[in-house]
Structure formats: structure tokens, C-alpha cells
Design a protein around this ligand. Structure first.
Ligand code: ZN
Length: 187
């Protein structure tokens, strides 16, 4: 089991906007860890599928480790369209071997609504990044549709779920001894 003290966030492709800073701050506040922002990178050409015109999420996730140096976890925020063998709609991809995860800003930017669409985007990114890092810390998927560890099958499900762990997931995290020290999710 790995501890989480430093997380490097890597923007991949077309990722920009004032929401990025806000997202980093919220991620840092939630996990109470140091969150750093790297220079943006272009997605690896080898991951591009010319017919689908999308990038292969598992490859991009592994690739993140090669650009990240000595940090505990790497989180890519991808502005390009992604695909995966498991699902045509990729919100999150995780690689345990490289301690890296990927969230799709591109897919989470679809169907933004309300008076503050940017706030909704940050909330979606926050939820799915917490889930991605939760997986890397040893949590599984949760059947509770309101728990942040629930894997949403649509943006609607994502918008309906909460931004925090259910009691069972929080307890599991505590049993994994990850709430001690610097790895504590905000109460
Ligand atoms: Zn849960």
C-alpha cells in the first residue's frame, strides 16, 4: 500500500481555463496533500487510434509515470477524447503498477448546464479525481449511488452522486490506515 503525500497533476492536450487552479485547490483541500501542477504535455502519438480519432486511455495512463518523476501519485487531466476496452465513455482510468490515474476533462465538459457551468465542471472533475485516487489508495467501486466511489455510467449519474465517501468507504479507508498522518480525507 502506498502513502499519498504528493500528487502531480499533468494537463494533457487541450486543457486550460481558470477552473484548473480551482480544481487543484479543491483536490488538495479534500485529501490534505500537496498537489502540484506540471507543464502541459501532448498526448503520446502511439496512443492515438486513427479511425476512432481517440486516444487509448490505458496507454496514456501508463505514459504519465514516465513524465512525472518522484511523486507518489500522478493524475492526468486529459483534454482529448479517450477510449478504453472496457467502456466507450471514459471518465477515469487507473494504473496500479504506475500509480497513475487519468480523468477525462473532455468527457466531463459535455452537457454542462446551470448558471455556473464552470463550477459544475470542477465538481465533476473533483468527484472523479477523488474516485481515481481512492482506487489507487486501495478502495474498490461502491454500489451506493451517492458515494463518490460509485462508478457512474452516465453524466447524469455522476451529477447525482455525492462528493464524499459513504460511511462504508470511509471506514474501509480507515482500515487501510490511510486516514492517519498526511493522508486524510476531509471530514
Ligand atoms: Zn462508498
Amino acid at each position: 500500500m502506498f502513502e499519498m503525500r504528493r500528487v502531480l497533476v499533468v494537463p494533457i492536450g487541450r486543457v486550460f481555463g481558470p477552473w484548473l487552479e480551482r480544481f487543484l485547490r479543491e483536490l488538495s483541500d479534500f485529501w490534505r496533500v500537496q498537489v502540484e501542477l506540471s507543464r502541459p504535455i501532448t498526448p503520446p502519438a502511439a496512443a492515438f487510434h486513427p479511425r476512432l480519432r481517440k486516444f487509448f486511455a490505458p496507454y496514456v495512463t501508463e505514459f504519465l509515470r514516465s513524465v512525472s518523476g518522484e511523486v507518489d501519485f500522478v493524475l492526468g487531466v486529459c483534454g482529448e477524447e479517450l477510449y478504453s476496452p472496457r467502456s466507450p465513455l471514459v471518465f477515469v482510468e487507473v494504473s496500479f503498477s504506475s500509480r497513475s490515474a487519468l480523468v477525462s476533462a473532455r468527457n466531463l465538459q459535455e452537457f454542462l448546464f446551470g448558471t455556473e457551468p464552470e463550477r459544475l465542471l470542477v465538481e465533476r472533475l473533483r468527484k472523479e479525481s477523488i474516485r481515481a485516487l481512492g482506487h489507487l489508495l486501495g478502495l474498490g467501486s461502491c454500489p451506493d449511488p451517492l458515494c463518490v466511489m460509485h462508478p457512474p455510467s452516465s453524466l447524469m449519474e455522476l451529477d447525482l452522486k455525492g462528493t464524499d465517501f459513504c460511511p462504508q468507504c470511509r471506514m474501509r479507508l480507515q482500515m487501510l490506515h490511510l486516514v492517519r498522518g498526511e493522508v486524510r480525507a476531509a471530514p
